[in-house]
Design a binder for this molecule. Sequence first.
Ligand code: SF4
Length: 329
Amino acid sequence: MKETFLKVRDLEVIYKTDLETVYAVNKISFDLNKGETLGLVGETGAGKTTSALSILRLLPERTAQIAGGEIEFEGRKLLEIPEKEMQRIRGEKISMIFQDPMTALNPVLTVGDQIAESLLLHDDKGRGRDVIEARVEEVLEMVGIPASRKKDYPHQFSGGMKQRVVIAIALACNPMLLIADEPTTALDVTIQAQVLAMMKDLKDQLETAMIMITHDLGIVAQTCDKVAVMYAGEIIEYGTVEDLFTGEAHHPYTDGLFGSIPNLEAEEDRLHPIEGMMPDPTNLPSGCAFSPRCPKASEKCRQLHPDQYTVGSHKIRCFLYEENKEEVK
Ligand code: SF4
């Protein structure tokens, strides 16, 4: 059995200003085992990136607050350790691939220097510049860029190549956990396929675990082992990728996501998008957050907040699965 090294329990994050409070993440829990990939799926504003930034403790200090919950990484409570220790964990043990390679790189530094930066920062053994340079060349080759290009600047690379450099920076220290925040959104479809295939190969080769943040179920099918579907800051469905794609029971929101995907074999030629908008995170509905858009909503759904119920091998937060199901808080 694989070892669980990341446990997130009842994590709550709010953004507070003088005028309002945004309830961005509302009591989410999930586990990640070594070498596994978890997909965090949902629309913009569902709380995916905020959840990931909480793990790295990179939320904006002035407005964001972790209002509750725990994050345990290799047995240590990340929300309680001093910032100095957290700096050691970032980059060395947990790395992040940011969404837009066009803005993630520093335009005035060569790509080699940008990869070397995190290696130098975590070089306690004083390995020296030659060893660091050799590692820079190695990771560039790993992501399919000739080592000779280490002296080039970001503007000399295409969008796909820039994203490969961002991945090389994230992998430089051989982290245990890689958080990829929509890593292919800014790329065209063919480059997207190449970058995803490369990430999967590298992950398997290095046995790195990954959290893949995406709104694209196709990416989930290609890359993930487990999936957490997020809506209005909550995980509303959680299970294996097989549960999601072959299971019969789903949260109505997940059904809506599937209905929004083009299907060449479907008899009907129209898509069925989910009507309406995500609720205002400063004023979430008192009942089920999806109730204003849910075709199956009842009066009970509008008044009471559903718990999560175990359905077969996965968990669904919906009253439709309340009967005869084991409730999990
Ligand atoms: S609890 Fe009710 S409103 Fe919410 S998803 Fe289930 S059926 Fe729809």
